[in-house]
Design a binder for this molecule. Structure first.
Ligand SMILES: Nc1ncnc2c1ncn2[C@@H]1O[C@H](COP(=O)(O)OP(=O)(O)OP(=O)(O)O)[C@@H](O)[C@H]1O
Ligand SMILES: [Zn+2]
Length: 846
């Protein structure tokens, strides 16, 4: 076996590291605490998991402080195959519960998983590959730091156990123990077979003591007797049943007949009652029909006549009714016309009155107008006819007034001038030039004269104007009167005309009045006539109605008579059908009476008492016989059960005898097996003894060979390992020494010798040096002086070069050892992080 590569994550002081291993001798170098031992431990843990830890260590210790999981992977070759073993350790829980568990543990060969996943499987596979468990590994291949004394100080028994284990002698012991266990097992089996045999024999004896065959035949006889008796009873019961059935059947049929008879008698009585009832009914119906017929007699023929009469009367009433209605209408219209005529008279009168008034008014007006005319004419006679025409007179008046006005204007002008001149003159000033003047000028005197003249003329003119005014006024009044007279004459004419026309109107109105009055009289007469006529018709109608009433009554009477006749007919019909039913019932009554007689006859023949006795007797017998049969059957069943029991026992007896036969055979077989087991055990014991003594002799030789290689003094001649695994050191002078008494260095030398010897023996013994794990030495030089260090180097090289150890890994500070190595691995610790790292690996020296 050869380690190839180790990969670590969070393992102890390593955060992450990869180490390649070369073949030959490899030295691991580094300062104290640099992580050398940790590398070796990692390889060990990779192979054996927690088994690789000492008694005071646990898995949690290998997980780098402050991290959660550690990963170790070791690649190695073995017997031509490539393996990788991986372990994954994880921290779980917290506080006091915090611990490490192996979460993953896998071994692969040539890339394929070997065995199941899991710690146990991996360990078992490794143990069988290396043919050593963790204990054997540390006792042989892995010499741990400070354990140099382990084999030397061990007791012979321990030593034997270790060596036997390594040489697989332990297996023979196991086989021997197993053979012995087998022997004991067989012995226990034999005991059990014997116990059972005894038990079966006793059971056989017990059964035979009860004399089962004898008992079986007597029981069978008993059963036959009981069965005969049962059969006999059963026959009797059968007979009794027949008899019972017969009696019961007859009684039943008797009861039925009786029941039937009762029924028929009831029917007869009912029919008789019904016939009586119907006969009464028939008589009643016929009486009633006769009665009706009597009542209806004689009137039948009158019905048609009565109906004709009634019809005639109805027609007359209705025609009178029509006439009366017509007359009433006429009276109504005459009354209305009369009313209208009265209205017409009244209106004509009104009109005549108005016309008369109008005429009167016109006449008054005429008289008035005539008076006015008379007056006007009288006035006109007083007025003188004018000299000239009025217009001419008005012309003269106007001329005179003009002349007067111009005279007045000249006079005024003259007077104003005179007055002004007189005032100036009074102031002494000339009225014409304004110069001082004394006396009056001439023009003033002239003016005064003219003014006086004008004054006289004005007076005359005034008279003449008044004369002209008077003439005009007179002419005007004459003119006006004349006109008025003319007008009045016209008014009198028109008034006269109006009086005439009003009088005409009045006359006309008076005529109308007369006419309307005549019409009114006429209508009064007509209405009187119509009313009289109507009265007469009403009287006739009253008579006709009375006659209709009488006709109706007669007709109704005739109808009732007819109905009665019909009813009598119907009653007769019903009487007929009642008679039919009656006939039918009588027939049925005859039949039922016959049936009754027949049934009576039948009942008379049966002796009921006798039948009942027979039935009761049969019943009693069946009851008692059945009870007896039941108990007989119980007895028979009991005996048969007993027979079953005895038969079972006999069957069991046969079974027991067969079993005893086969148990006896088994006992012989077991005895044979026991002898075989004893022989096998002895064989294993002697074989182991033989092998051990052979191996011990060879181990002793190898030990002395190795010892000679490593030991550098002359004090000790040889080491002896005897059959009891006692080690004795022989001194040069022939004396012997207990190894316990050796010095520390000497012990280390002896220990290394013994380890290497065992390792060599294994190499020889297995015949395949490649199967063994690398020889691992952790600080082997600690107790050695220089000379012995040199010897150790020689041994290590010899192990590799001569004795077939493929790989040796040594942890050491020794420079000489380093020089002798084939390669080296240097580790160091980072002072800052306190984590280790692999500085150099591997460095091949060759
Ligand atoms: N679980 C762990 N986590 C972190 N560091 C650890 C753990 N276990 C051990 N160590 C540390 O690993 C360091 C290396 O220990 P190791 O035994 O490998 O040293 P070494 O190189 O063999 O030293 P020496 O020459 O003294 O034997 C030590 O300082 C130790 O405290
Ligand atoms: Zn003058």
């Amino acid at each position: 076996m050869r380690f190839e590569r180790l990969r670590l994550t969070n393992f102890r002081c390593y955060e992450s590291a990869t180490v390649e291993f070369d073949e030959g001798v490899t030295v691991v170098q580094g300062g104290n605490g640099a992580g050398k031992t940790s590398l070796l431990k990692a390889c060990f843990v990779a192979l054996y998991g927690s088994d690789a830890l000492g008694s005071n260590e646990n898995l949690a210790d290998v997980v780098t402080n402050g991290t959660e999981e550690s990963h170790i992977s070791l690649g190695f070759t073995h017997a031509g195959d490539t393996y990788t073993v991986e372990q994954e350790i994880a921290m779980t829980g917290s506080g006091d519960d915090r611990r490490a568990t192996t979460r993953k543990s896998v071994l692969t060969r040539n890339g394929e998983a070997v065995g199941d996943d899991g710690v146990t499987s991996t360990r078992e596979e490794i143990e069988s590959l290396l043919r050593m468990d963790a204990d054997a590994f540390v006792n042989c291949a892995y010499v741990r730091q400070g354990e140099v004394n382990k084999l030397i100080e061990a007791s012979p028994d321990e030593r034997r156990r270790v060596v036997d284990e390594l040489l697989q002698l332990g297996k023979l012991e196991t086989y021997r123990e197993r053979a012995d266990e087998a022997r004991l097992g067989v012995k226990r089996v034999r005991q059990r077979v014997e116990d059972r045999l005894e038990d079966r024999r006793e059971a056989v004896k017990e059964i035979e003591d009860t004399d089962p065959h004898e008992r079986l035949s007597s029981l069978r006889e008993n059963v036959t007797e009981k069965e005969d008796e049962i059969e006999n009873y059963e026959r009797q019961v059968e007979k009794a049943r027949d008899s019972l059935r017969d009696a019961e059947e007859r009684l039943e049929s008797h009861d039925e007949t009786k029941e039937r008879l009762d029924e028929v008698e009831e029917q007869v009585a009912q029919l008789e009652g019904e016939i009586d009832d119907r006969t009464d009914r028939l008589r009643e119906l016929r009486d009633e029909a006769d009665e009706k017929r009597d009542e209806a007699e004689g009137t039948e023929a009158d019905l048609k006549e009565a109906r004709d009469e009634e019809e005639e009367a109805e027609e007359r009433v209705s025609s009178l009714q029509d006439t009366k209605t017509r007359l009433e209408t006429r009276v109504g219209s005459k009354s209305e016309a009369l009313e209208d005529a009265r209205e017409a008279v009244r209106k004509a009168n009104e009109r005549a009155e108005k016309a008369r008034n109008d005429a009167e008014k016109a006449r008054d007006e005429l008289a008035e107008k005539r008076d006015a005319l008379e007056e006007a004419r009288a006035e006109l006679e007083d007025v003188e006819a004018p000299s000239k025409g009025t217009d001419e007179l008005r012309g003269t008046l106007a001329d005179r007034r003009d002349r007067r006005a111009s005279v007045e204007t000249r006079l005024k002008t003259l007077r104003d001038g005179i007055e002004g001149a007189e005032e100036k003159l009074a102031d002494g000033v000339c009225p014409t030039c304004g110069q001082e003047i004394h006396g009056e000028p001439d023009f003033l005197r002239e003016d005064r004269e003219e003014a006086d003249e004008l004054e006289g003329e004005l007076k005359k003119l005034e008279e003449k104007v008044d004369e002209a005014v008077e003439a005009v006024e007179e002419a005007e009044r004459a003119e006006e009167l004349y006109e008025r007279t003319e007008r009045l004459e016209d008014g009198v004419d028109t008034a006269m005309e109006r009086v005439e026309s009003r009088e005409e109107v009045h006359e006309e109105a008076m005529e109308e009045v007369e006419e309307a009055a005549g019409r009114l009289e006429e209508l009064k007469d007509e209405l009187g006539e119509a009313e009289e006529e109507k009265e007469a018709v009403a009287e006739q109608l009253e008579d006709a109605r009375e006659r209709l009433q009488e006709a109706r009554e007669r007709r109704e009477e005739a109808e009732r008579a007819e109905e009665l006749a019909e009813e009598a007919e119907r009653l007769e019909d019903r009487a007929g059908s009642v008679e039919e039913v009656l006939e039918e019932k009588r027939e049925r009554l005859r039949e039922k009476r016959e049936l009754r007689d027949e049934l009576n006859e039948r009942i008379g023949d049966v002796d009921v008492e006798e039948l009942r006795d027979r039935r009761d007797e049969a019943r009693d017998y069946i009851e008692s016989a059945t009870d007896r049969l039941d108990s007989l059957r119980d007895e028979r069943d009991e005996i048969q059960n007993a027979i079953g029991g005895v038969e079972n026992r006999l069957e069991r007896l046969d079974g027991l005898r067969d079993e005893i036969g086969s148990l006896e055979q088994r006992l012989d077989d077991v005895d044979e097996m026991h002898d075989d087991a004893v022989a096998l055990k002895d064989t294993y014991a002697s074989l182991r003894h033989e092998l051990r003594s052979q191996n011990l002799r060879r181990l002793d030789q190898l030990l002395n060979e190795v010892f000679e290689t490593i030991y550098a003094n002359a004090s000790y001649s040889r080491v002896e390992l005897d059959e009891d695994y006692e080690i004795t050191v022989h001194e040069k002078d022939g004396t012997t020494l207990d190894p316990e008494r050796l010095s520390g260095g000497e012990r280390a030398v002896f220990n290394l010798s013994l380890r290497c010897a065992v390792y060599r023996l294994l190499v020889e013994g297995t015949g395949a040096k490649a199967a063994l794990p690398p020889l691992i030495l952790d600080e082997p030089t600690t107790f050695l002086d220089d000379k012995h260090v040199s010897r150790l180097i020689r041994l290590v090289r010899a192990m590799n070069d001569e004795y077939g150890v493929e790989q040796v890994v040594v942890v050491s500070h020794d420079a000489e050892l380093l020089d002798a190595a084939d390669s080296r691995i240097v580790v160091e610790k980072e002072p800052t992080t306190n984590r280790s790292r692999v500085v150099e690996a591997p460095l091949s020296n060759r």
